[in-house]
Design a protein around this ligand. Structure first.
Ligand code: NAP
Length: 411
């Protein structure tokens, strides 16, 4: 009878509790395929357990506490003691990844973290293992289920951000303090991890620029519908101009885009590489059992023995001024010459217009436009100039648009 594979479990909350249940349900199946039966030999929570004892009695430490402190200390000590580690902690990997990868390398053990990005969607595995042989040029997608749920419901019902956020909290899709989700910081940490793995370069979380969805207005979504657009909070990591860029921002997508139909609390990630064109993977990005399933998948991978390599191969510079296409929402006075004056400001900045919708009259007059790709610095300069025009009734609002053409899905 082979020795059981001993698991020290740190954290027994939403994911830790689900992981415990999953082990009880799936241990025999894992034993049948891997040869060793996983068994939880110790649990640490605030009120229970002794870390040193758990460490001494485990082959793998599963960290499901969250945050960086004390999780970093526990994970480092486990790696230094020669134990494999599995974690679902995006903040830990995004902020302390290099230190932890080095400790794992030094001790010859595995550090796996599939559940830290996009829950059970196996994006880490795809980037590090399935696509290890190709040069990836872009990784982007919807990596925060809370914001995707909110944007989906705002578009569907016409309700405001605050109303839908309250509903999301009631349904358990948003936390009591939703700041990290709705402000974009959660997605930024996940994109930093994906960029690090796809481009084999160190990524400093402070260099990742991010915007959230708190300023999105219901009428942006209503007008966008008329233009055939749907709104997502996108994380985008890409190689550009000899360097790379990692950003998170709300963004409109045209109807045929593979990410446009991803609705509710779902996540989806696309990876592009010249050799493969692109792939898209999607599924539940959170939830106790879904996340625990990804954690157990990592434990099974450790049992199988294949170790992903976390080495960096180069140090690329972060590129900041990138080009984007924009949606522009202008509340204007209802009088002749307005459109020509707006077109003049845009023309002088070298910005060309893809489509325009004029709506309302009097106090309700609005111009809603979509631009073609333009350097962001030039666009924001033009936005400042537009804000100074005397017929502008409110500060102009701009949201990025992914212009890439995808065929409309077959109805
Ligand atoms: N929830 C999800 O859907 C989801 C999805 C993807 C990734 N994740 C990640 O999974 C991890 C766990 O999330 P969760 O939602 O399961 O969190 P949670 O429900 O808040 O559970 C946290 C657990 O950690 C324990 N803990 C907290 N501080 C501790 C300390 N100082 N010492 C020892 N134990 C401590 C808590 O102990 P007590 O039981 O004593 O309070 C609790 O058991 C996080 O990194 C999170 O980002 C979660």
């Amino acid at each position: 009878m082979p020795e059981p594979f001993r698991i020290g479990l740190l954290g027994h909350g939403t994911v830790g509790g689900a992981f415990h249940e999953l082990i009880a349900a799936r241990a025999d199946a894992v034993a049948a395929t891997s040869g060793r039966r996983p068994e939880i030999t110790g649990v640490l929570r605030r009120s229970e357990g002794d870390f040193d004892q758990i460490l001494a009695e485990s082959d793998v430490v599963v960290e499901l506490i969250g945050g960086t402190n004390p999780a970093r200390d526990y994970v480092l000590r486990a790696l230094e003691a020669g134990k494999h580690v599995v974690t679902a902690n995006k903040q830990l990997v995004a902020q302390h990844g290099e230190e932890l990868f080095a400790a794992a390398r030094e001790s010859g053990v595995q550090l796996r973290f599939e559940a830290a990005v996009a829950g059970v969607v196996p994006v880490i595995r795809v980037i590090q293992e399935s696509l290890a042989a190709t040069e990836m040029t872009k990784v982007f997608g919807i990596v925060n289920g809370t914001t995707n749920f909110i944007l989906t419901e705002m578009a569907r019902t016409g309700a405001s951000f605050d109303e839908v956020l309250a509903q999301a909290q009631e349904l358990g899709y948003a936390e009591a303090d939703p700041t990290a989700d709705v402000g974009g910081a959660d997605a930024a940490a996940k994109m930093a991890i994906l960029a690090r793995l796809a481009f084999h370069t160190p990524v400093h979380l402070d260099d990742v620029s991010y915007e959230g969805i708190t300023e999105i207005q219901p009428d942006d979504l209503a007008y966008a519908k008329e233009l055939g657009l749907s709104l997502k909070l996108l994380g985008v990591a890409e190689l550009r101009d000899g360097g790379f860029s990692v950003r998170v921002f709300p963004c409109f997508l045209y109807r045929g885009h593979p990410l446009a139909p991803v609705e509710g609390p779902f996540n989806a990630v696309m990876v592009q590489a010249p050799a493969i064109n692109e792939i898209t993977i999607s599924g539940p990005g959170a939830g106790g059992m879904a996340t625990a399933t990804a954690v157990l998948g990592d434990v099974v991978s450790i049992l199988s023995g294949d170790a992903p390599v976390h080495d960096t191969q180069r140090e690329l510079a972060m590129v900041r001024d990138v080009s984007s296409s924009f949606y522009l929402h202008l509340e204007v006075a209802d009088r002749p010459g307005v459109l020509a004056a707006v077109a003049d400001v845009l023309g002088q900045a070298g910005i060309s217009v893809r489509s325009v919708v004029q709506r309302g009259s009097g106090e309700q007059a609005r111009l809603v436009m979509v631009m073609h790709d333009t350097p962001e610095a030039a666009f924001y300069g033009a936005l400042d100039e537009l804000g100074k025009l005397d017929f502008m009734r409110a500060t102009p609002r701009a949201i990025r648009v992914i212009e890439a053409e995808f065929p409309d899905p077959v109805d």
